[in-house]
Unconditional design. Structure first.
Length: 281
């Protein structure tokens, strides 16, 4: 998810969980009896990684047919679980109180393409980045700066971290908010809005999925008019802030996946292995 801002917590999607009430999204196959975990840490259920999944591809979703966890985050989750000899149980979540439910010990991780931010770090545990996201524009002709957006009909994902900076720079009435990136890009394609502002991976994924042609994806470069528009965001799967041993293990596993090429392979599987997404630079 591109992302959104929750109360006091900026995210790449709306993270929410009503007392962990959600449809069971299935469980991964059993782990071999002789599997030796790379680290030791507590989980909500013994030998199980319980993940709350917010649907927003390409980051994360529960397949409505197979009920399996899918997306970039899902592949990282599976790779980490394999290193730690854990079975993965994914739960499709919605409602309210996601952060509270995470910290209350109902789930181990939240999966939603979540941005790493100082505000979030005050209430949940954050890992080193799994990968990175950056803000882009989608339009018939490239638009790389705020000045290039002035006087044009602009659309953005409702609640995304970049909405308020755009409103401040362009005027509140100049930015139309949309409930989903797919709806937003459809309106760009149909010329109901001239330029979409979106997260890089989601924009590329939705354009490819919809088969849109003639749309340019251009990185939006921040300037003096948008000091709060951060150029690049790290993405992680938040965990309970109190579970420090889990956080250490996650960071070690993330480093190992990056070192052995798994991170690039996962991003390539989703056509997202450009340098900025992979390395943040």
């Amino acid at each position: 998810m591109a992302r959104r801002t929750m109360t006091a917590v900026a995210v790449l999607g709306t993270l929410s969980l009503a007392a962990c009430s959600g449809a069971d999204a299935g469980t991964s196959p059993a782990v071999a009896a002789d599997c030796k975990p790379a680290h030791t840490f507590p989980t909500v259920k013994p030998k199980t990684l319980t993940v709350g999944v917010i649907s927003s591809l390409p980051y994360s979703a529960v397949n409505p047919v197979s009920q399996k966890w899918e997306g970039i985050d899902a592949e990282f989750g599976a790779a980490i679980a394999a290193k730690e000899c854990l079975t993965v149980t994914a739960v499709a979540v919605g409602g309210a109180d996601a952060i509270q439910s995470l910290n209350a010990g109902k789930i181990d991780l939240l999966s939603a393409g979540a941005y790493i931010t100082p505000a979030r770090g005050e209430v949940v545990g954050q890992t080193d980045p799994l990968y990175y996201q950056y803000t882009v524009t989608v339009s018939a002709t490239p638009a790389a700066t705020i000045d290039a957006l002035r006087g044009r009909r602009i659309g953005a994902l409702s609640g995304a971290a970049y909405v308020e900076p755009l409103r401040a720079a362009l005027g509140a009435g100049r930015v139309r908010e949309y409930p989903s990136t797919s709806d937003l890009l459809a309106d760009v394609k149909n010329n109901r809005v001239e330029v979409a502002v979106a997260a890089s991976a989601e924009a590329r994924y939705q354009i490819d999925k919809s088969g849109y042609s003639g749309l340019q994806v251009t990185r939006l470069v921040p300037g003096a008019a948008t000091p709060d528009l951060r150029p690049i965001y790290g993405v992680d799967m938040p965990f309970a802030k109190t579970n420090t041993e889990f956080g250490k293990a996650l960071n070690a596993d993330i480093a190992a996946l990056r070192a052995d090429g798994t991170t690039q392979k996962i991003l390539a599987n989703w056509k997202q292995d450009d340098s900025l997404t992979l390395n943040g630079k």
